[in-house]
Structure formats: structure tokens, C-alpha cells
Design a protein around this ligand. Structure first.
Ligand code: URA
Length: 197
């Protein structure tokens, strides 16, 4: 796994030069990843927002901070235990959903990240991440919380943290409480992977 570090650095350099779609002309920075490239968990979101575009790091704005807190309360440290990236690496203007063409243009970068990090578990944050990776359309509320096998890995769709920011209730059955439960499932599987045989 250690050998993946250099190719990941090369990937970041190549991404920084990318002009495969129109988002290149409006971005401040390409947002490739943060976290631990040796982690067994990859988090995939939709695409950078304003803060991410400014800092060059994924999930550092309000929704990222909420995701960090939710992961931490399930016992997952986002920078130590996860490698975090997005379906598209450049900010769609006005935070609109990335188009199918933009997602397709960016796909080879994501595929390289998955191949190099080689995570057994992938958390898909929000419907666009599910649709972008799997081509599966449909309500995230029906998909979340259920492990899906994919290419020898396990995927866990969760609600997008920006939705949770708009729905802050923590009552039992609330979107936030459901997400906590989903993240606890992820933590349990991470712990299983770490346990000696
Ligand atoms: N939302 C995302 O999906 N990704 C980010 O990096 C930030 C916000």
C-alpha cells in the first residue's frame, strides 16, 4: 500500500492541470483529497463547494465540519481513518449538481484514486455520489444504511451532510439519528477489518 503514495502525488499534480471539462475555467483550485491514503475507508462526496475551492481540500466547509463531527461521534477520525474525495474535483458554479458530462470527464481520476487507495469500504455521501459511482438513480432515503457489494468492496450510502444541516433534529428516526446509526455500522465494519484473525 505504501507504494500508492507516489502515484497519488502524481495524480494530484496531473489533476491540477486538468481541463477535461468546463469547470476548469471557473475553479480556484482543483480539490483532490484529504485524509489518509492508507485508510481502509474512502468517503466520496458530490463536489467541492466554496470553502473547498478556496482551500483546495474536500469537505472543509460547514457540511464537511458536520460530517467530521458525526464520524467522530461514531469513533471515526476523518483524517486518520478515511481518505476523502469527491465525484468531481472542481467546484460547480453556485454549488449546482455536476452534470453527467462533468462527472464522466472526472471519472478516470476517481477510478485511479479508488485503485490506488484500494479501500475495502466506501462511504457515499448523498444521492449524487451514489448515482455518480453506480449509475443508480433513486431516493437516497431508500438506499442509505444498507451495504452494497461493488467491485470487491462494500459501499455504504448515507444522507449528504448538507441535507442534515437543513434538518438538524436529533430525535430518534430523524435524518441525523439515522446517519449516526449508518456511521456506527461503518465503524463496526472498520473494527472488524482491523481485528486480528
Ligand atoms: N460537499 C461535497 O459533496 N463535497 C465537498 O467536498 C464539500 C461539500
Amino acid at each position: 500500500m505504501a507504494q500508492a503514495l507516489e502515484p497519488l502525488q502524481q495524480l494530484a499534480l496531473a489533476c491540477a492541470e486538468c481541463r477535461r471539462c468546463g469547470l476548469a475555467s471557473t475553479r480556484a483550485q482543483v480539490v483532490v483529497s484529504r485524509g489518509n491514503p492508507r485508510a481502509r475507508l474512502m468517503v466520496i462526496g458530490e463536489g467541492p463547494g466554496a470553502q473547498e475551492d478556496e482551500q483546495g481540500l474536500p469537505f472543509v466547509g460547514r457540511s464537511g465540519q458536520l460530517l467530521d463531527r458525526l464520524m467522530a461521534s461514531a469513533g471515526i477520525d476523518s483524517n486518520r481513518d478515511a481518505y476523502i474525495c469527491n465525484i468531481v474535483k472542481c467546484r460547480p458554479p453556485g454549488n449546482r449538481k455536476p452534470t453527467a458530462a462533468e462527472q464522466a470527464a472526472c471519472r478516470p481520476w476517481l477510478e485511479q484514486q479508488i485503485a490506488l487507495v484500494d479501500p475495502p469500504l466506501i462511504l457515499l455521501a448523498g444521492a449524487t455520489a451514489v448515482q455518480g459511482l453506480l449509475g443508480v438513480k433513486g431516493g437516497i432515503t431508500g438506499l442509505r444504511g444498507q451495504w452494497r457489494p461493488w467491485q470487491g468492496r462494500w459501499l455504504m450510502p448515507i444522507l449528504h451532510p448538507s441535507y442534515l444541516l437543513r434538518n438538524p433534529s436529533e430525535r430518534p428516526g430523524s435524518p441525523k439519528a439515522l446517519t449516526q446509526a449508518d456511521l456506527q455500522q461503518v465503524q463496526a465494519r472498520l473494527a472488524q477489518l482491523a481485528a486480528p484473525l
